[in-house]
Ligand binder design. Sequence first.
Ligand SMILES: Nc1ncnc2c1ncn2[C@@H]1O[C@H](COP(=O)(O)OP(=O)(O)OP(=O)(O)O)[C@@H](O)[C@H]1O
Length: 254
Amino acid sequence: MSIVAENLTWGVRRKTIVRGVSLSAAPGETLGLIGPNGSGKSSLLRLLAGLKRPHTGRVEIFGQDIAQVSRRALSQQVAFVQQSAATDTNVTVRDVVRLGRTPHRSALAGWTAADEAAVTTALTHVDMLGHTAQAWQTLSGGERQRVHIARALAQSPRVMFLDEPTNHLDIHHQIEILRMVRDLDLTSIVALHDLNLAAMFCDRIVVLQAGSVIAGGSPENVLTETLLRKVFRVEAGVTRSLYHGRPHIHFTAA
Ligand SMILES: Nc1ncnc2c1ncn2[C@@H]1O[C@H](COP(=O)(O)OP(=O)(O)OP(=O)(O)O)[C@@H](O)[C@H]1O
């Protein structure tokens, strides 16, 4: 397994936010994390990426307990695309993406051709090569999001955590980014609000409710009308799409 989490619990003061979560992801798998607002998706991703320490439980990435690994060693393997991540203002798009190479560079070595190639490939993947020299603060919301994804890709991670990566993106780029995440040769766990996109692009889906995993499995097995009613409080019909063969959710407007 690429990622194994066992019995993760975390909270603040008397509030438990992540409750006994166990999950795993196989090499190359795209695992979707869904759940209502406040169900603990971002908190869980931060635990998995080692940005927060769990109160109980452990996370292993490629067999190593992340609590025992240095931050630098961890960031050579793991990239995290956070929700609305801030970036210093007086920098270009290229500068932001170059930061992704930091974990792979030593204090003595200069900027290498391999670093340059990783940056160019990452910018190409997110369709931002034409904006390389543009000032970060002049980008649109969706362009900023794509540049943050490029920074994570430039890190050449083996595992990627993405928190709502399709926020701010138009439908073309939502589909392009998720297709890319699915097709990249790395393991990813991605929090998504759009359940139809989760159905289309995730190999498996884990459902969080009030900090606990209440369902997990293939999109077909997880995205049922009963679950949508119980967890998301919506009435919906689920059919098999004629276009991609995955479940498609039809919400009622009445
Ligand atoms: N540091 C903190 N202090 C207090 N409460 C917190 C803290 N971090 C998270 N929470 C609370 O924990 C709950 C889960 O938050 P989290 O951001 O993990 O949920 P989420 O599923 O990602 O939500 P959304 O879908 O709205 O992004 C929320 O009620 C949030 O207010």
